[in-house]
Design a binder for this molecule. Structure first.
Ligand code: ATP
Ligand code: MG
Length: 462
């Protein structure tokens, strides 16, 4: 994937961008570390633009939870087509040999797998450099960890004013506000995300009021969680504060949005999150309110608006979703929606709408992966896992993601499930992918199993 295009201004960081770009010309692995919301991703983006522009490969790992899928995920995100009979890692190395820079964003939860992958890539691709972001460094040989500093007060104030103007164009840093805005920035330790959340409130509160309320919120929080690192505490306080000011339905929507992985469309939110407690006709306004408050990020992708939660915000929203007792119901609706999307797209992988269908599946991959991971955790959901695999088979074949597909199928087929037509179709699909990799003994085993089921259920179409 080429570099994402942020919808908001980038502030300051000229020295940091230059320093990290210089460092990348000296060492081949630089890991930007720092607290959640401190600006690692934004800085990585600026460095990648400067160091490699369009030739940089960008892979966001926030939505991936299973390290077994790391290689497949990276390959899919940078559009690598697997070649018949080659190991996926070899194919990935071949593709990256032509690239100057790979950015791996949000590696913290997959540190070990990322470290192994990066070691291999650096060994196999002599011209490649890797820029990673992670709340903690990998601690592998050749790595240079670089702690992203907090914004200094001047830049923090500029960020505050920029974000304040986005919601209140008439906002100016008049002398009467300057002191309060500076104090807010200091109180929030120059943490960019915390500042954005605070600034989004100038529509309803004067800076001095924001400061007073934040101060109160942060003080009460400080007493309760002495163990947390101060930065984490500050950010948590800023998010809590921002959350406390939301309306009831905005809170409900924010919690429900945690069910999505990666980016999501308005249509998906309307189908998955709306119900009698959250009427569908209000969803757009509520989503707009959350974007305005910097809790949801909007991005343009091929002419369509898509949304995402920053990782810390998603984790926060997820806590509320779990506490609400609604998680299962939401996961169920999320799975049904994305199964529908995939099955519809599967029907149009050829002909004039093929390109759009492929792109759609590709865009939704983080969500499909989430559906899959949820489906394989309980035997009664085996059917969802199999349906997803059957619907994705054509996509895997056309995109050359054979190993990735086989891995999903292996997991889905290992679940206890009825010997029915669906299972037979999944087996036939697995046989197909195995054939493309020249694994003939697996082809035979799968086909024999599929035929046995077909005979048993008398379904000739299986
Ligand atoms: N220099 C900057 N100029 C403008 N906005 C910034 C800057 N740095 C960070 N931000 C904004 O602050 C928010 C948090 O930044 P970012 O996502 O880069 O943090 P992060 O360190 O990657 O967090 P996480 O650990 O959760 O991934 C984002 O909305 C981002 O756009
Ligand atoms: Mg990040």
């Amino acid at each position: 994937m080429t570099l994402p295009v942020p919808m908001t201004s980038f502030v300051g960081r000229a020295r940091e961008v230059a320093a990290v770009a210089d460092l990348l010309s000296e060492v081949r692995l630089v890991t930007l570390t720092g607290a959640a919301g401190s600006g690692k991703t934004r800085l990585a983006l600026a460095v990648a633009e400067r160091a490699a522009g369009d030739t940089a490969a960008w892979v966001d790992l926030a939505a991936l939870s299973d390290p077994d899928f790391l290689v497949g995920h990276v390959a899919a995100r940078i559009g690598v087509h697997e070649e018949e009979c080659c190991l996926p890692l070899d194919t990935l190395c071949t593709a990256l040999r032509e690239r100057p820079l790979l950015v791996l964003d949000n590696c913290e939860h997959l540190a070990e797998a990322c470290a192994r992958l990066v070691e291999t890539l650096l060994r196999e691709c002599p011209a490649l450099r890797v820029l990673a972001t992670s709340r903690e460094a990998f601690a592998i040989g050749g790595e240079r960890a670089w702690l992203v500093p907090l914004l200094d007060t001047n830049d923090a104030v500029t960020l505050f004013v920029d974000r304040a103007r986005a919601v209140l164009p008439a906002f100016h840093l008049t002398p009467e506000h300057t002191g309060a805005v500076e104090a807010i920035c200091r109180r929030l330790d120059g943490l960019p995300l915390a500042i954005e959340l605070a600034a989004a409130r100038v529509q309803v509160l004067a800076p001095a009021q924001i400061l007073a309320r934040l101060d109160e919120g942060l003080r009460s929080l400080g007493a309760g969680s002495r163990t947390a690192l101060p930065r984490q505490r500050t950010l948590r306080g800023a998010i809590d504060w921002s959350y406390a000011l939301l309306g009831e339905r905005e809170r409900l929507l924010l919690a429900r949005l945690a069910v999505f992985s990666g980016t999501f469309s308005l249509g998906a939110v309307e189908r998955v999150c709306a119900d009698p407690a959250l009427p569908v006709e209000e969803v757009l306004d509520l989503l707009a309110a959350l974007v305005e408050k910097s809790l949801v990020v909007m991005e343009l992708q091929a002419g369509e608006a898509r949304y995402r939660l920053l990782e810390v915000v998603r984790q926060y929203a997820q806590e509320h979703l779990v506490a609400s007792g609604e998680e299962d119901a939401l996961r169920q609706r999320h799975a049904e929606f994305f199964l529908d999307v995939t099955e519809q797209s599967a029907g149009s992988m050829f002909g004039h709408s093929a390109r759009a269908s492929m792109a759609r599946v590709n865009d939704e991959m983080p969500n499909l992966r989430a559906v899959f991971e949820w489906s394989v955790t309980a035997p009664e959901r085996a059917e969802s896992a199999l349906r997803l695999c059957v619907a994705l088979n054509e996509f895997w074949r056309l995109r050359g993601l054979f190993s990735e597909g086989r891995q999903w199928l292996r997991e889905a087929l290992s679940l206890p499930a009825a010997a029915n037509a669906l299972r037979a179709r999944a087996l036939a699909g697995a046989a197909d992918l195995a054939r493309l990799q020249g694994d003939h003994s697996t082809v035979r085993t799968h086909l024999a199993a599929a035929e046995a089921i077909a005979r048993q259920v008398g379904d000739r179409t299986a």
